[in-house]
Ligand binder design. Structure first.
Ligand SMILES: [Zn+2]
Length: 444
């Protein structure tokens, strides 16, 4: 008879809500969900009491940057940071690694780089760029989750944006597979050079209308192709009506936003603090409120990190010039706490957070055994002390670099234990993560 584990908590985040329960694990999977006090005769029995039990987070938007820019981040440290933050599956973006993941050979190079050093499970997005239409089918066969594309300059020369026609053609090629096209939606015609080095000029250079025009392009391509589109890092709250209307009209469309758009606002970005730079930018407080309302209305489906570190030099922390600093915010380890800090204040439950950060991203990524505490799912589980608080110190995080706009912020909710497929894991323990293909098998 195989070994079994039961984990009990008075606050288990189940798909239908938070309740007392006991989760029985056998052979890496959730075998049953029983009453809190049920006698289950398990080999090991863990009672978390009032400490909550969540599904492991699935973060579908992580830039690991290895191989090629491993000095920015890497599979070893990124996955250890993920584990410490309750993220048990990450989906790696096809840039800013070298090579970018736009061919099967590049995917093989990335899988080889990741092999043996991942503390959590890792899956991979492919890239859609001008000229690689013929690579898309082979990349899907090789196991990518779907494709990421840009409509605006990505900052990486070999990852060029798609035109409107190229987007439609690429999405037509995808339609039969069911895999999504995930889109960085800013329209280059509405983005201009900032008029000065300060944050206000940077925000003004990437207005909400840039997101709006790009989303209109994506909606048109999704409607014409029948393929599924997903808007990454939606930052313009005034685009919610557009996204909602497209969904209501039957267009296969979903949208994510990120912890930093829900947590920060432009009014509080200190002068010269380029660690707040990302694209699209963190906008003003009224916009943040609109994003929360869109999330609460289900127009925005999920919240993922867009963890996108770079070397501290590129962040231009001493010059403080928002025109030249690299854009990207590292938050893989603290996204759950950042979101929970605000969500709790707004009256949300951990079941809402689990829907935004676990089950929706798992569905987007085509990983049906992830993201839910449900019978048959992988026993990726996180003990989360939802009432604890801590102050962020970048130097204590496991990201490659300590740069974070959350420095000194006090957050609510702390990950205390993590199980990966039923095995207790820790950031300083063996690397037990698997490399996954769409559907959930090993990409090998
Ligand atoms: Zn990104």
């Amino acid at each position: 008879m195989s070994e079994t584990l039961v984990i009990r908590s008075t606050r288990v985040a189940l798909p239908g809500g938070v309740r007392e329960a006991a989760v029985l694990v056998r052979d890496n999977r959730i075998e049953a969900i029983a009453d809190y006090g049920a006698q289950l005769g398990a080999t090991a029995d863990v009672d978390l009491g009032e400490c909550a039990l969540l599904p492991g987070l699935v973060d579908t938007h992580v830039h690991v940057n290895e191989p090629g820019r491993t000095e920015w981040e890497g599979f070893g440290c990124a996955t250890r940071a993920a584990l410490a933050g309750g993220v048990t599956t990450i989906c790696d973006m096809p840039l800013n690694s070298i090579p970018v993941t736009t061919s099967v050979a590049a995917l093989r190079a990335k899988v080889a780089a990741a092999a043996g050093q991942c503390a959590v499970d890792v899956a991979f997005w492919g890239g859609a760029v001008p000229g690689n239409l013929g690579d898309m089918g082979p990349l899907l066969d090789a196991g990518v989750l779907g494709f990421k594309c840009f409509l605006v300059d990505s900052g990486i020369a070999e990852f060029a944006p798609l035109s409107r026609d190229e987007l439609r053609t690429a999405m037509k090629a995808l339609a039969d597979s069911g895999a999504p096209m995930i889109v960085h939606a800013e329209d280059p015609g509405e983005v201009r050079a900032p008029s000065g080095p300060d944050y206000e000029a940077f925000v003004a250079s990437r207005p909400t209308v840039a997101e709006r025009r790009a989303i209109e392009t994506v909606v048109g391509a999704a409607a014409a192709s029948g393929a599924r589109a997903h808007i990454v890092h939606l930052a313009a709250g005034d685009c919610a009506a557009l996204v909602g209307a497209a969904k209501a009209a039957g267009v296969l469309l979903s949208a994510e936003t990120c912890p930093h758009y829900l947590f920060f606002c432009a009014e509080e970005v200190p002068a010269g603090h380029t660690e707040f730079k990302c694209c699209p930018p963190v906008r003003y407080a009224a916009n943040r409120e609109a994003l929360w309302r869109a999330l609460e209305a289900g127009v925005i489906d999920g919240v993922v990190s867009d963890h996108s570190p770079c070397s501290p030099v590129l962040k231009d922390l001493t010059g403080g010039d928002f025109r030249t600093a690299w854009g990207g915010i590292a938050s893989l380890q603290i996204g759950l706490s950042a979101v929970w800090t605000v969500a709790r204040r707004r009256g949300h439950s951990l079941a809402d957070v689990a829907r935004w950060m676990c089950s929706f991203p798992a569905e987007l990524a085509g990983l049906p055994s992830k993201g839910r505490i449900a019978v048959g799912c992988d026993a990726d589980l996180v003990a989360f002390d939802a009432d604890a608080s801590f102050t962020v110190r970048g130097a204590e995080l496991l990201h490659r670099h300590p740069v974070t706009p959350y420095e000194g912020r006090t957050l609510t909710g702390r990950v205390t234990r993590v199980w990966l497929r039923g095995i207790p894991v820790s950031a300083d323990g063996p690397a037990r993560g698997r490399l996954l293909r769409r559907g959930g098998g090993d990409i090998g």
